[in-house]
Design a protein around this ligand. Structure first.
Ligand SMILES: Cc1cc2nc3c(=O)[nH]c(=O)nc-3n(C[C@H](O)[C@H](O)[C@H](O)COP(=O)(O)OP(=O)(O)OC[C@H]3O[C@@H](n4cnc5c(N)ncnc54)[C@H](O)[C@@H]3O)c2cc1C
Length: 266
């Protein structure tokens, strides 16, 4: 590997975990053509409001057709707000100023959270837009290189799966590579072990990305039945009693437990 200062590091196997914009992916010629997701997420934090959210238990979901806003308490005693909006639309809102886009968020989240956001407008921490990308490589390796995590498969933010999946990749990689390393790290054996990592991980990545694609497809669809669906979903979200009675959907179960068992065996 070539370093910026002209130096060079040589290795029999480089594990590329350099994230969604992976340089190694690009340099290895593994990049693929990909379609664009239909939405971006605007993230920002404000101080935590008093009430249930302060207990760290409540995720607020504000749903309207074509509009979704999530708010949840964070470890650093703030409220993280995620506003999902059609791809590319934030640039225009930003040009019109904070009053304009915050007004749109406030209109979306209703009076209670809305007045909290307005009251803490000055304390609103650096908003930034996450350019949502979601794709996967069908090949994660070249001789001497294995890509893992976002470098091989940037995940959609739906269900917050990116960290889980990247960690599970690392466990499976350890299971396959550590025995080869302990047996003397033969370069050919390392290259032979790398495809086994991909083969074990790809089905879960494929299934989780498929599930992640479902909510946005419904969310950005227009029509009467979608409107009805949103009304029901919004009611469910608001009603603690209905929420308790509802069965955990399969998508949530998969997000919580994964598609298959992954254990560190070395
Ligand atoms: C704004 C945002 C919010 C997210 N929220 C969640 C969430 O709530 N839950 C969740 O599960 N996932 C979330 N994700 C996704 C999650 O962060 C990733 O899926 C996960 O971190 C992937 O892990 P990784 O190790 O593959 O890559 P990363 O965590 O991205 O790590 C890549 C590392 O490589 C380094 N790097 C990149 N290029 C180079 C280079 N050329 N040289 C040296 N180092 C380099 C980077 O600095 C970084 O440290 C979020 C992502 C973003 C962008």
């Amino acid at each position: 590997m070539q370093l910026r200062d002209g130096g060079e590091i040589r290795a029999d196997l480089v594990i590329g975990t350099d994230g969604r914009a992976s340089l190694l992916r690009r340099k290895a010629g593994l990049d693929v053509e990909r379609g664009r997701e239909a939405y971006d997420v605007l993230w920002f934090k404000v101080p935590r409001p008093p009430g249930p959210a302060a207990a760290g238990e409540e995720v607020q979901v504000h749903l309207r057709p074509g509009q979704l806003c999530l708010a949840f308490p964070t470890f650093d005693d703030r409220l993280q707000v995620g506003w999902i909006l059609p791809k590319g639309s934030y640039g225009d809102l930003k040009r019109r100023g904070i009053e304009e886009w915050l007004g749109a968020v406030v209109a979306q989240v209703g009076p209670e959270l809305g007045s909290h956001l307005r009251a803490h407008r000055e304390a609103l921490e650096r908003p930034f837009v996450l350019d949502v990308v979601c794709f996967r490589l069908e090949s994660w390796q070249r001789p001497g290189l294995l890509l893992l995590g976002d470098a091989a498969h940037p995940m959609s933010p739906v269900g917050g799966q990116g960290l889980n999946i990247a960690l599970r990749d690392a466990l499976v990689a350890a299971n396959h590579l550590v025995p080869v390393l302990e047996a003397g790290a033969d370069p050919a054996a390392l290259d032979a072990a790398a495809p086994a990592v991909q083969a074990e991980r790809l089905p879960e990545v494929r299934e989780v990305q498929r599930l992640q694609g479902q909510p946005p497809r419904i969310f950005f669809r227009k029509g009467l039945w979608v409107r009805v669906l949103f009304e029901v979903a919004a009611l469910l979200v608001r009603s603690a009693a209905l929420r308790r009675r509802a069965r955990t959907p399969r998508i949530t179960d998969t997000f919580l437990n994964g598609v298959c068992e992954v254990k560190l065996r070395v």
